[in-house]
Design a protein around this ligand. Structure first.
Ligand SMILES: [Zn+2]
Length: 107
């Protein structure tokens, strides 16, 4: 399964699960695992081994990937999480458009 509805840099809204209603930017997409990394969502504490830079070790907060089906693009036009349609323009470029208002999501 491929992640086609969102991509890196998008502002998305989480629509199910623990983080429902949260908005954030997509930091990374992992197509093989059908997961996305969203800024500020699913932040976990990771143990850090002591290093030269950080001799004490300890914990570092970092986002963990969530399932891509849980996020929807926030449409700048209608301001809500929407599903995405795809359209091929006359010059052959593919764009994503809002399924609700028809606004282009890719510039
Ligand atoms: Zn829209």
């Amino acid at each position: 399964m491929r992640v086609r509805h969102v991509k890196k840099g998008d502002t998305v809204v989480v629509v199910s699960g623990k983080y429902r209603g949260k908005t954030g930017r997509v930091i990374a997409v992992f197509p093989k695992r059908f997961r996305v990394l969203v800024e500020g969502v699913n932040v976990v504490k990771k143990a850090v081994r002591p290093s030269e830079e950080n001799p004490q070790g300890g914990f570092r907060e970092q986002e963990a990937p969530i399932h891509a089906a849980k996020v929807r693009v926030l449409c700048p036009q209608c301001g809500r999480p929407v599903r995405v349609k795809r359209k091929v323009l006359d010059d052959g470029t593919k764009v994503r458009i809002c399924n609700h208002c028809g606004a282009a999501l890719d510039s």
